[in-house]
Ligand binder design. Structure first.
Ligand code: KMH
Ligand code: ZN
Length: 279
């Protein structure tokens, strides 16, 4: 486990954080791309992408994803993963728009949440037919899904999808822990989840708020990977806003190295995730 490469993913924008929460959240394709480039330079191998309208309203418009991906790829080789979660309240059709991107700006991965979960005072609604529809679209687009696991039963549901032939295993899994209403960001929860995965699965942990960086350490200690960024956490330490997701990536890199892990560059990350090599 020590010395083994760790993939750092960064979620630079998300759908919920607004400028009133932090001045550092990017909105436009240019701002999101610049943030992604800074994160790549800090050690992130994968970018988890959402997009916004110019006033910050969350969007799933393929054109905005396409422009962002074009700008990032012009500057850096990094794995681009589009969100199909979008924002609470969006329709399945809206959420699936980034799965229609043309070959020149096609992402490599897309998220797939396999169940509904309370999301603060709202509900992130993922009825079984919708999950199957999105899984089918991800497969048809030739993308690798990242299973977004907000609660334990979502792993069981992914196993159903696998039995139905909609997703391939062992798969890549992201445990999104500490959302109010979902599974808590605790080491015992992480151990349970990891224990449920198919053999040879890869996994990362994305923990909310003040749990983000401690759970990077927990993931590093267990041979997993990690996600950090302003989508999940605004603070570098108590009361100190991160100046961008790149600062959280820098901190995650320090934590990983202190645990004896090396940092996987994108090429190595593709190999670990079973993605085709690029370029
Ligand atoms: N914004 C959340 C409601 C994903 O990107 O796949 C859903 C989310 C998950 O962020
Ligand atoms: Zn997201």
């Amino acid at each position: 486990m020590a010395d083994s490469p760790m993939i750092i993913t960064t979620a630079v924008c998300g759908a919920e954080v607004m400028r009133k929460d932090t001045p550092h959240i990017p909105y436009t394709p240019q701002e999101i791309a610049l943030e992604a480039i800074r994160c790549a330079d800090a050690g992130a191998a994968m970018i988890h992408l959402h997009v916004r309208l110019p006033d910050g309203t969350p969007s799933q418009l393929a054109d905005l994803f396409g422009e962002t991906i074009r700008l990032v790829r012009a500057e850096r080789d990094v794995i681009l993963q589009v969100s199909t979660g979008g924002a609470v309240g969006m329709s399945g059709k809206e959420r699936s728009d980034p799965l229609t991107l043309p070959p020149e700006v096609k992402p490599e991965m897309a998220t797939l949440t396999t169940g509904s979960v309370n999301f603060g005072d709202a509900v992130f609604l993922n009825p079984r037919p919708l999950v199957r529809d999105i899984a089918q679209r991800i497969r048809s687009a030739g993308l690798k899904p990242e299973f977004e696991i907000f609660d334990a039963g979502m792993i069981d549901e992914a196993k159903y999808l696998n039995r139905e032939g909609l997703v391939h295993f062992p798969g890549h899994w992201d445990f999104v822990l500490g959302v109010p209403g979902g599974l808590g960001a605790r080491e015992d929860a992480l151990d349970y989840l990891v224990g449920q995965l198919p053999e040879k699965a890869t996994w990362s942990c994305a923990a909310m708020g003040r749990f983000e960086l401690p759970m990077v350490e927990a993931a590093a200690a267990r041979g997993g990977h990690a996600r950090v960024g302003l989508e999940d956490n605004l603070y570098l330490s108590k009361g100190v806003l991160a100046k961008g997701s790149w600062e959280l990536v820098e901190r995650a890199v320090q934590i990983a190295k202190a645990k004896g892990r090396t940092i996987a560059p994108p090429k190595q990350a593709r190999y670990l995730l079973g993605l085709p090599a690029r370029g």
